[in-house]
Design a protein around this ligand. Structure first.
Ligand code: HBI
Ligand code: NLE
Ligand code: FE
Length: 435
């Protein structure tokens, strides 16, 4: 009877769905050899704390980690309104370990507990990380967040044509392999119109509100006719431009990637860029990255040599870092690269990409409707944030150079049991044990 097992507690206990010892051993061994690319079956037990409606997101997340769902069972958990789910998946060890890491962090999947962790059926050791630029073919795991197929508040949710378009463009990213040229997309009239609206409003604001490093490259991109009002630039031409200036290149990404995958590519001076365009009904702000954000927000500074160097250092620091460190790195990334402000003399300017691609938020960030705090890596790294709406807090650096220097010093303090060094001739990361 229930009383007898009540000492099992809330979060664990008789939740293994009667998995056999063999299955548990297999799950454990898979997790211990995450490097193995061979496909295995594993079982996960999850608790849906916010009800059954989070199930589609979980299945989508498994798909994003290239897992194939082989079996699903659900049952009410002891607590009302909560459910326990057993999912059997077929996937490679490497993808499984990434999936489990993602489920544990749970940041994209609110209201979820991975019970298998408590029952110790699956553990993750020695995280795999990319050693060569071609390994980034395995670093494209998506977060399941704001997206037109799952989120009713997305302006594309009810727009069948938009959803089909997103799917088509995502396929290009899924098929992309290291070394391929980036396929050009014949953008539609609507997409070019969306770009034009954002571009034209920003052209007027950049001289007044963007930092001078951004302005210099922005001007150059206009002179070279890569940035023009009437058409969305193609990723390949922008990648060529970056390569000439800083050695950075682009590769297409299907959507919002996990922080770990996204940051790791920076170690190779590769920026994973989305290629789809936001919905025409919300041109001046969207929570998810789209090509307009990547192009107008990120490209100018990635073509700046000192910023490129800095971006690569963040990437190198992320390789093999713990989940906690990744969380901190991405929080700092968020408040600097995405939403950073800096002083220029007595004025406050924007250098964050999320501001320079969103007319609405750019004006908001420089108005009195938000809070400005001095940028200090150790406190900024633990500041909670949301990524759905305008930020209530922005961090202001004394100068753009100062932001880079402070971040760099903070990153250098992160400890890892090994050192990494990038070799540009071979496009690979050399790992130096420092025992
Ligand atoms: N994925 N495609 C893509 N583009 C980004 O700008 C991006 C991402 N994943 C995470 C992320 N940015 C950051 O907010 C940090 O979490 C690193
Ligand atoms: N809010 C930004 C924009 O609308 O361009 C995108 C932010 C992506 C992190
Ligand atoms: Fe971004």
């Amino acid at each position: 009877k229930a009383e007898a097992s009540s000492s099992d507690g809330e979060e664990k206990g008789d939740d293994d769905f009667g998995l056999t010892e063999e299955e548990l051993v297999l799950a454990r061994s898979i997790a211990e050899n995450p490097d193995d690319q061979s496909v295995q079956t594993a079982a996960l037990v999850l608790r849906l704390r916010e009800g059954m409606s989070s199930l589609p997101r979980i299945l989508k997340t498994i798909e994003n980690f290239k897992g194939q769902v082989a079996h699903v069972e659900t049952r009410p958990s002891k607590k009302e309104g909560q459910f326990d789910v057993l999912v059997k998946v077929n996937m490679s060890r490497h993808n499984l370990s990434s999936l489990i890491r993602n489920l544990r962090q749970g940041s994209s999947l609110g209201g979820l507990t991975l019970l298998a962790e408590d029952t110790n059926a699956v553990t993750v050791k020695d995280p795999w990380f990319p050693r060569h630029a071609s390994d980034l073919d395995n670093c494209n795991h998506l977060m399941t967040k704001y997206e037109p197929d799952l989120d009713m508040s997305h302006p594309g949710f009810a727009d069948k044509e938009y959803r089909a378009r997103r799917k088509l463009i995502a396929e290009i990213a899924f098929a992309y392999k290291y070394g391929d040229p980036i396929p050009n997309i014949p953008y539609t009239e609507t997409e070019n119109e969306t770009w034009k609206r954002v571009f034209n409003t920003l052209v007027d604001l950049v001289p007044k509100h963007a930092c001078k490093e951004y302005q210099r490259v922005f001007q150059k991109l206009r002179e070279e006719k890569i940035f023009e009002p009437h058409r969305v630039p193609q990723l390949q031409e922008v990648s060529d431009f970056l390569k000439k200036n800083t050695g950075f290149t682009l590769r297409p990404a299907a959507g919002l990637l996990t922080a770990r995958d996204f940051l790791s590519s920076l170690a190779f001076r590769i920026f994973q860029s989305t290629q789809y365009i936001r919905h025409i009904n919300s041109p001046y702000h969207t929570p998810e990255p789209d090509a307009i954000h990547e192009l107008l927000g990120h490209m100018p500074l990635l073509a700046d040599p000192s910023f490129a160097q800095f971006s690569q250092e963040i990437g190198l620091a992320s390789l093999g870092a713990s989940d906690e460190e990744i969380e901190k790195l991405s929080t700092i990334y968020w408040f600097t690269v995405e939403f950073g402000l800096c002083k220029e003399g007595t004025e406050t300017k924007a250098y964050g990409a999320g501001l320079l691609s969103a007319y609405g938020e750019l004006l908001h960030s420089l108005s009195d409707k938000c809070e400005h705090r001095p940028f200090e890596p150790s406190t900024t790294a633990v500041q909670p944030y949301q990524d759905q709406d305008y930020q209530p807090i922005y961090y202001v650096a004394n100068s753009f150079e100062d932001a880079k220097e402070k971040f760099r010093r903070w990153v250098a303090m992160m400890s890892r049991p090994f050192e990494v060094r990038y070799n540009p001739h071979t496009q690979s990361v050399e790992v130096l044990d420092s025992v």
